[in-house]
Design a protein around this ligand. Sequence first.
Ligand SMILES: [Zn+2]
Ligand SMILES: [Zn+2]
Length: 118
Amino acid sequence: MRPVIDLADHLPVGSYEIPDRHRTRVILRDHTCRFPHCTRPATRCDLDHTRPHGEGGPTCPCNEVALCRRHHRAKTHSTWRYDIVMPGSYVWTSPTGHRFRVDHRGTHPIRTTHPPDE
Ligand SMILES: [Zn+2]
Ligand SMILES: [Zn+2]
């Protein structure tokens, strides 16, 4: 098992603009838009700063995720949210509170059998 730090692939730069060498790495890691069920190739996606640059999010591959234009907008303008579980593995929460795990194996609804604050 490879240590997570290898996959995290930290290459922070000071600018908001994401350099091409980050884009290449994110495309190799994410393959397609990481929104649940979206199959848009990462080569045609935006890179989203998971934690906004204005809130201290680094311009670093660990904070950049491939999202197509439509889903980049959904994240920006609606209450769709996601968390990075580990590099390449994400958990999305819909505006209605449904959760989905998205990773290299696809999209899987997360069924909560107990209240989270049980
Ligand atoms: Zn990083
Ligand atoms: Zn998409």
